[in-house]
Design a protein around this ligand. Structure first.
Ligand code: HEM
Length: 491
């Protein structure tokens, strides 16, 4: 069966009933066939999970921003000759000094077409390093080289590199098909990734190659149960500090025509939202805190917040992170945090002036914190909690944070008050969607540029879970829990 539609491709890739076609298990030791029988990519079930975990652990120890810097420096030293550079740099990060045999071994890795050169290359690699390291090098090699080659064909002066790569990944991917076996029927399913990436259901103008497009959803890195774990490393600009992720994110902010930013709390919620076409996803600090059993807005979840950003940064959508007050009153520490997030590939951060004790940070200090967060190429959304905490002067704060990239006033829902804030600042204004407040169209009329859902989705998910459990006991579903109800469980 051939699959060409985006939704059908996603469904197959997300269903564990479909597995990669099995590979022969009987190759002579240290040959390519022997290796293929031992790697994550061609295995299934618990074996796959275990092998994949080992690869992801190795990748987690690698800083994508560092790979990018090293690759740039090495290409420069070689006068622009980039061939072999990504593999050499990844090899160095994995402790593999000699990556010369990788190209020969990689040539038949996916197809299984082996020969003396490939077998000798595998033996050479095995003499110096382990199967997980070799797997990563072979998986990465051909895909990365092909991607660069394809993107360079389309390169013209002034084209933004990130956008060029995104559109190249969609139209001209290194891997054009992927296969699965239906374990119930034994049928082979071929997924045409190029056709699925150009599905008119997903794009109004699917065939157009537009290197200026801010958002190009695609299945090029796979999807569902076994997607490519490499994307942040594979995209040279993916984590670039000062890069264009933030520029594209900024473009989403159109006063009077707001974009809806749903907020996720874990990988599953982010992946689900990304799969449904939201161009950007925020995080919710209440959700992150509750997942880890820690209080919200108390500066207690810095590591967890960075961890979530890392986990969801490879989903192919822009990510903006709720970093509470920056987890510190020290501008230097906040600057370091934002630099870390920029290196992960995050497009934006939210910085709030509310403090755990219900007071507001002094204006001058919050101004310095905002200043410290700037300069990393990340969109800095300055949040004032005057309405939230019912203290302080909203307009004074909005004007004082004019050096940020955007203004966020949660708790503000009266359209006239919103319009007043919009008039008080040249920056795009963000408000929180409230189920009992004005609808999106009314917020648009008030001049809003971004509408976030905050903790609503997380609370709704908890409400649905509780309602389902109570339903099994024959009891009626409760309303969505309030912020205060969930926060109270975390003290
Ligand atoms: C540059 C472009 C790349 C593309 C387009 C790409 C694409 C893919 C796709 C589509 C899959 C899933 C195949 C399937 O099961 O159907 C995959 C798997 C994989 N990729 Fe990539 N990849 C790229 C780069 C990389 C890099 C740089 C690395 C490592 C640093 C990497 C590591 C892996 C690994 C380890 C798997 C197997 C995952 C598993 O067994 O669960 N890839 N890749």
């Amino acid at each position: 069966m051939l699959i060409t539609r985006h939704a059908a491709a996603e469904a197959v890739l997300a269903d564990p009933r479909y597995v990669p076609p099995p590979v022969p298990q009987d190759g002579a030791e240290a040959t390519l066939a022997w290796l293929r029988a031992r790697v994550s990519r061609f295995s299934t079930g618990a074996t796959h999970a275990e092998r994949r975990r080992a690869l992801v652990a190795l990748l987690d120890g690698i800083d994508p921003a560092e790979l990018r810097v090293r690759a740039g420096a090495l290409t420069e030293r070689r006068n622009g000759d980039w061939r072999g550079v990504p593999t050499e740099v990844l090899g160095a990060a994995l402790g593999v000094a000699d990556t010369a045999p990788v190209a020969d071994a990689a040539a038949g890795y996916l197809s299984g077409e082996s020969g003396p050169a490939a077998d000798a290359a595998v033996a050479k690699l095995l003499a110096t390093t382990g199967i997980p390291e070799i797997t990563l090098l072979l998986q990465a090699h051909t895909a990365t080289e092909t991607l660069i080659e394809h993107a360079l064909r389309r390169l013209t002066l002034g084209t933004d590199a990130d956008a060029l790569l995104r559109e190249t990944l969609r139209h001209d991917p290194p891997l054009t098909v992927t296969r699965r076996i239906d374990t119930e029927t034994g049928d082979e399913v071929t997924i045409d990734l190029v056709a699925a990436n150009r599905d008119p259901d997903v794009f109004p103008d699917p065939e157009r190659f537009d290197p200026h497009r801010a958002h190009s959803p695609h299945l090029t890195f796979g999807h569902g149960v076994r997607p490519c774990p490499g994307p942040p490393r594979a995209r040279p600009g993916g984590g670039r500090p000062g890069g264009t992720a933030a520029v594209n994110f900024r473009d989403l902010h159109r006063p009077g025509d707001p974009f809806l930013l749903p907020n996720a709390w874990d990988y599953g919620s982010a992946a689900l939202l990304a799969a449904h076409g939201f161009p950007a996803i925020g995080t919710t600090s209440l959700g992150v805190s509750a997942v880890h059993g820690k209080p919200d807005a108390a500066g207690a979840t810095k590591a967890e917040t960075i961890g979530l950003a890392k986990t969801i940064s490879g989903l192919g959508v822009m990510v903006t992170v709720d970093i509470e007050g920056g987890f510190s009153d020290d501008p230097g520490e906040v600057s370091d945090l934002v630099a870390t997030l920029a290196a992960i590939g995050v497009a934006g951060v939210n910085l709030e002036d509310g403090r755990p004790d219900g007071t507001l940070r002094p204006i001058e200090l919050h101004q310095r914190i905002i200043e410290a967060a700037k300069g990393h190429g990340v969109f800095v959304n300055a949040r004032t909690d005057t309405c939230w905490l019912k203290t302080g002067d909203t307009l004074e704060r909005v004007r004082a944070y004019g050096h940020a990239d955007g203004i966020f006033v949660p708790g503000l829902s009266d359209p006239a008050a919103i319009a007043e804030v919009v008039a008080a600042t040249p920056l795009p204004v963000n408000v929180l969607y409230q189920p009992d407040g004005p609808p999106l169209a009314r917020l648009a009329e008030a001049g809003v540029a971004r509408v976030s859902t905050g903790s609503l989705l997380y609370r709704a998910a908890l409400g649905a879970a509780l309602g389902t459990a109570l339903g099994v006991r024959g009891e009626p579903a409760p309303p969505i829990p309030t912020y205060q109800e969930i926060a109270a469980t975390l003290r």
